[in-house]
Ligand binder design. Structure first.
Ligand SMILES: [Cu+2]
Length: 120
């Protein structure tokens, strides 16, 4: 994490804040980082704003292949162990509630099962 103290002679360009925040609902252009490991997602709940474009970044912190499958939104992204993959989607207006999971056999049943909300 970058800590900005007093400016010591660089160009006086303001450094954008990159602090990660947990927000109730994503805003347009948001990147949502989701960690996957055996056998859980963190966070395990998504709150998306209808009509916005958001990027889901799957960070596989586990030792085996994992994915994020959201059939109701037509979203799928998969990352090998130790890698990161992204998918960008435009959030539809419906359904208001959806489920998402890792579709590798046995993983959903083992706990990689999550929920999401779309707020109009
Ligand atoms: Cu998995």
């Amino acid at each position: 994490m970058l800590v900005v103290a007093a400016c010591t002679g660089d160009d006086d360009a303001a450094a954008p804040s990159t602090t990660t925040q947990v927000t109730p609902t994503t805003s347009a252009g948001a990147v949502i980082e989701i960690s996957a490991e055996e056998f859980a997602f963190d966070p395990a709940e998504l709150r998306l704003a209808a009509g916005t474009e958001v990027t889901l970044r799957l960070v596989n912190d586990g030792a085996i292949l994992h994915n994020i499958d959201i059939p109701e939104l037509g979203v799928f992204v998969e990352a090998q162990a130790g890698t990161t993959a992204e998918v960008t989607l435009t959030v539809p207006g419906a359904p208001a509630l959806f489920t998402w999971f890792c579709s590798i056999p046995g993983h959903r049943e083992a706990g990689m099962d999550a929920a999401g909300t779309i707020n109009g």
